[in-house]
Design a protein around this ligand. Structure first.
Ligand code: PMP
Ligand code: GLN
Length: 382
């Protein structure tokens, strides 16, 4: 029976494509974003304990209470906002599920959702499945700063939702206080909801402050703030995240979550509850931990012909490869993998219309020194 696809623009994600190519060619994989070092031992012990203690059946739909309480405590400490664990926090199967739920909770067919290009790849398919349209507004091609006048100009009576992401994937750019104030002013007196994708919230450098939407009451009252333990605890494969939203928004979010997955992996929820409660140093020191990796990697890149761009946050390093090659980015990263044994992620898949002359690739530095050293040895030969 012929089937007309609901997602004509979607193929296999660039992260999977590049990881497969890296494996085929034995390349050092700095493409797909995942750490190659161990999760904290305490977390493994707590997971083991949770399973042995019998936390192996369905968790409550919203997430286990100790974890929701621990998240509320962390949010109060970090951002000064009191959120109610019963009515405002929902634990999800990764940030991806939270983003999907939030979009489906508020967006109706025919409506518009503003996304900032380059944008994480899961936003648009979720918007399209809701029968809505993604309206792409480009960030500055060099600094990846938001031009708020462009956002204002993109708003129409059909605009239902805006999605922001700071620290930003793929660039690492961060929104500052001026951005947040501009955003608040634009959304004031509109019915537009906000998703703030903050999965890299604890990976910030050089003493900068992460401007969580949770610090801004006027924004928080219309927002779903999404985060992921995969990034904070080096366990992208566990797929646990959460969304924080005011009670009325959380209620709609939970209607989707309830029939999407119902609940998420119970033992890990107990393990994260213990980690957050008993070892706040882990997330407090995450910025310093990654800053050391960033600085070392950037210093090494100066010995290659790749030019590193600034990295305020996150665990990705953008490099300008124009001194090495004039190939378009998707061809360049294939060539780099096959001919030079290092895998990167191109930027064009993050765009509706990537700038034609952009020669940037993304390298993940959430890796052991030995992995980064091996990549650098190969990159020096370019
Ligand atoms: N948003 C951004 C910006 C991401 O980079 C990622 C994953 N790397 C996600 C969402 C998805 O997070 P998760 O793996 O927890 O689903
Ligand atoms: N978010 C990760 C990245 O940007 C990849 C996630 C995935 O593979 N779906 O690299």
């Amino acid at each position: 029976m012929p089937l007309e696809t609901k997602l004509p623009k979607v193929g296999t994600t660039i992260f999977t494509v590049m990881s497969q190519l890296a494996a085929e060619h034995g390349a050092v994989n700095l493409g797909q974003g995942f750490p190659d070092f161990a999760v904290p031992q305490r977390l493994v012990d707590e997971l083991d304990r949770a399973m042995r203690e019998g936390h192996n059946q369905y968790a409550p739909m919203t997430g286990v209470l100790p974890l929701r309480q621990a998240i509320a405590g962390k949010v109060l400490r970090c951002y000064g906002r009191q959120v109610n664990p019963d009515t405002e926090i929902t634990v999800t199967s990764g940030a991806t599920e939270a983003l999907f739920n939030a979009i489906h909770a508020v967006v109706r067919p025919g409506e518009e959702v503003i996304v900032l290009d380059p944008a994480y790849d899961s936003y648009e398919p979720a918007i399209e499945l809701a029968g809505a349209r993604a309206i792409h507004v480009a960030l500055d091609p060099r600094s990846f700063a938001v031009d708020w006048d462009k956002i204002r100009a993109a708003i129409t009576p059909r605009t239902r939702l805006l999605i922001i992401n700071s620290p930003h994937n793929p660039s690492g750019a961060m929104l500052d206080e001026t951005d947040m104030k501009a955003l608040a002013e634009i959304l004031r007196d509109t019915g537009i909801f906000l998703i703030s994708d903050e999965v890299y919230e604890h990976i910030v450098f050089d003493g900068r402050r992460h401007e969580s939407v949770l610090r801004y009451p006027e924004l928080a009252e219309r927002a779903f703030v999404v985060s992921s333990f995969g990034k904070t605890y080096h366990c992208t494969g566990w797929k646990i995240g959460y969304a924080i939203a005011p009670p009325a928004l959380s209620a709609e979010f939970r209607k989707v979550h309830q029939y999407n997955v119902f609940c998420t992996f119970a033992p890990a929820q107990h393990a994260f509850a213990a980690m957050i409660r008993d070892e706040p140093e882990h997330y407090e020191q995450l910025g310093a931990f990654y800053q050391e990796k960033r600085d070392r990697f950037r210093a090494q890149l100066l010995e290659t012909r790749l030019k590193p761009l600034p990295v305020p946050g996150g665990y990705f390093q953008l490099v300008d490869y124009s001194a090495v090659s004039d190939l378009p980015d998707t061809e360049f990263v294939r060539w780099l993998t096959i001919e030079h044994g290092v895998t990167a992620i191109p930027l064009s898949p993050f765009y509706e219309n990537a700038p034609a002359d952009q020669r940037l690739a993304r390298l993940c530095f959430a890796k052991n020194a030995a992995t980064l050293d091996a990549a650098i040895e190969r990159l020096k030969k370019l």
